[in-house]
Design a protein around this ligand. Structure first.
Ligand code: SF4
Ligand code: SF4
Length: 93
């Protein structure tokens, strides 16, 4: 298990936006924050409402409706063992 890097490449591989736990209301609520954060630069921000294994858990998602981490290429690349990083902090932070 390795520290997941906060990179665009990893963000592109992340499945969170396709995940049923990432509800439409959270997507709408967090979209402006995410856009602002992306402008600051993905490596320079403390939290992002996406790529949760590299950042912290979500401030919006609070219910487990399934997880796509175990079929994610980031999960493979960094030998991650868990999932649900939006609800439970992964232990890197
Ligand atoms: S961390 Fe897992 S449960 Fe949470 S949004 Fe991403 S894929 Fe879904
Ligand atoms: S392991 Fe989960 S949180 Fe991490 S990039 Fe993949 S889908 Fe996103």
């Amino acid at each position: 298990m390795k520290q997941v890097e906060k990179t665009k490449e990893n963000l592109e591989m992340c499945n969170c936006l396709k995940c049923p736990s990432y509800t439409t209301s959270c997507k709408i609520k967090e979209m402006p924050h995410n856009m602002m954060d992306m402008l600051k630069g993905i490596e320079n921000i403390e939290g992002l409402e996406n790529l949760f294994c590299a950042y912290t858990k979500s401030r919006c998602i609070d219910e487990d409706k399934g997880c796509l981490c175990n079929v994610c290429r980031v999960h493979d690349k960094y030998d991650l063992e868990d999932g649900h990083y939006c609800i439970v902090d992964g232990g890197f932070h």
